[in-house]
Design a protein around this ligand. Sequence first.
Ligand SMILES: Cc1ncc(C[n+]2csc(CCOP(=O)(O)OP(=O)(O)O)c2C)c(N)n1
Ligand SMILES: [Mg+2]
Length: 790
Amino acid sequence: MNTMTDEQIRLVDLYWQAANYLGAAQLYLVDNPLLLEPLSPEHIKPRLLGHWGTQPGLNLIYAHLNRLIRDTDASIMLIVGPGHGAPAILANLYLEGTLAEYYPNLKFDLPGMKEFVRQFSIPYGMPSHLYPGTPGMIHEGGELGYCLSHAYGAVLDNPDLIAACIVGDGEAETGPLATAWHSNKYLDPASSGAVLPILHLNGYKLSGPSLMGRMSDEELNSLFTGYGYRVRIVSGDDPGPVHRDMWEAVDWAYQSIRSLQEKALSGNDIERPAWPMIILRTLKGWTGPKELDGVKIEGTFHSHQIPIADPATNPEHMQALENWLKSYHPEKLFDATGQPVPQTVAICPVGDRRIGKNPHANGGRFLTPLELPEYTDYKVDVPAPGATKAEGTRELGKFVRDVFVKNESERNFRFFCPDETTSNRMEHIFEATERAFLWPLVEDDEYLSRGGRVMEILSEHTCQGWLEGYLLTGRHGIFACYEAFIPIIDSMLNQYAKWLKVSREVEWRKPLSSLNYLLTSHVWRQDHNGYTHQVPSFINNIVNKKSTVARIYLPPDANCLLSVADHCLRSRDYVNLIVASKQMNPQWLSMEEAKAHCARGASIWEWASNDDGDPDVIMASAGDVPTEEAVAATWLLRRELPDLRVRMVNIVDLFTMISRDDHPHGLDAKVFADLFTTDKPVIFAFHGYPRVIHELLHHRPNPQRFHVHGYLEEGRTTTPFDMRVLNQISRYHLAINALRRVDRVKAKAGGIIDKFEERLAAHRSYIKEHDQDMPEIRDWKWSPEAVPVK
Ligand SMILES: Cc1ncc(C[n+]2csc(CCOP(=O)(O)OP(=O)(O)O)c2C)c(N)n1
Ligand SMILES: [Mg+2]
């Protein structure tokens, strides 16, 4: 390693000045990038957008990481929580030369530099935040809170990688960030890489002080020591000493990481691995204007965005801006042709070691397809529709177990779950692997081990962040969650879907494995949890995502679930939502039938239809429980009114319903009409909120003929069938609705409707007395003849 000399410190400082200059210049200048002429209004951008306050700290960290990489040849990926500091990161990427490799117009010459500062934050230029088009980044930092879980996800199973993660002190107040500190309890130093958290304690957020900024060093030390980190604090407002301390701190952190890893690799059992972290306590907006019009700027929240808002129209402010920019002495940092003088960039690493070129940040380059077991081998035998029952997720668990087995040597697959793998009945997975845990183990622990590949923490945010980091670095995974609580990460999904959408528009970003959700323990079967656990709203969120990204599957039984899961694990760049019950449910399709049905996405179930190609009414369903009710409704109708022609249609792939113009999975008009006709009434039993279906059907012929039954926000701790009754999706409700929609049978319908109403009344009194559903419901089984129940 280079020893720290005054000259070395000068070089780090020179680089820092250059990055600070270019960061500030991007906020203001359209021209005159080197200030070779006096600054005047025509050099200033018409709209001043972006953030200054965080930049000097980001630049300081980048500079010291560069120096460390140069000295150690370490593979370091940078994850920047305060993504609003994009101009700082862009300045560093420009200086290290990676930006020009991706954007050839941003070269080291005067036109290149002019374009570099000009294009920032103008329409179709670089956006104000980091984004998929920023080389070397896997994290945008637009919505704050996710950097640390992303960093930990990125280094899992990447032993050569160090993720340096800059956490804003305001960001550190968010829930997702606060819980992510615990990720250190999952990282195996022998087989994974390391995260170096750097808390960027500039004391302020957007308009007020950060909480941690007002905590003493001692309090911060206690807090983070309590989380299990070894803490080093670097603080000050004099660049020389701060550079020295930071140099030492990154060396210390690097050596601590390597010694932990070496110890673990040499077979030493490491309990509570105490990874290093750095707290950098410096001024927000450091080196910027100290004050303006008597208002203090440097070291306050006033530096957060544009410190001098109106230079083009206020000559005094123009002078202040010029003084500020000139304080970095650009003429000493760059020559007159716009090239940085060699000393300015002496600390930059070269080649793929440059942060902007870290290969892990374009994870698709590393993507090895999963080796998948043949899913049809896991089939549930279904000799006839409804003849068997099975727990879908338990069957899927066997398949996922073998995905672990088959990919053991690649170590590129993990399962993420907030404490529910067993509750979700996926415990066959534990025959292949366990849950990761590095903190002390006790004798009674179950399925916990250092090298486990199941990631369980009771933080949906952390599960989501880990998985995103894991996928973004070219690996595969599944996130299994209770349906009711996945909306906790709605917002993270919003952001991830945006990342995927934009990534597809960046030609050098390689495709990633899809983000796969398995939502089980769903709304319809919360027998012992009740109303709080009944929330199917994640579907609503995914429905609104770009059609290039969003996929939603509602497999009606275990064989369909297996087929869908296999498909999702092979797909790229999607968000796949699978909703499937973990309960004992009737099985409808043989594996061959399931395969064909899932390939089509939606099809007629002939065995439950008696329409002879000309239905009076169509019974449709999406979701396992609604399908049971819909099939039972056709059964009831056949029994009570055999000459009513009913067609049964099941939908696995929800986007088949929407017009082909709006989603590539939309059925074309002809196929849609083959299933639903163009004018016959459709009674639709849907897993989630009914309006989702109405919205999807908007451009289909006669959408008003679709009568959707779904979750109506009614629920309590009650029997499975009562949930369906409360939400009017029970077989009786569906059958009554069907009878009411067909004029041809109106005369006969009344008596049958009365009979069904009477069964609903009987149900209500029966469950209160017997605390379970009526035998005719509990013991109901599909039969083609629909023989009346005695
Ligand atoms: C979740 C979220 N809430 C609010 C914002 C709006 N916002 C942008 S920057 C910022 C302050 C961030 O402060 P800090 O993390 O300390 O960053 P820095 O001081 O380095 O700018 C806020 C509140 C956001 N981007 N994300
Ligand atoms: Mg801050």
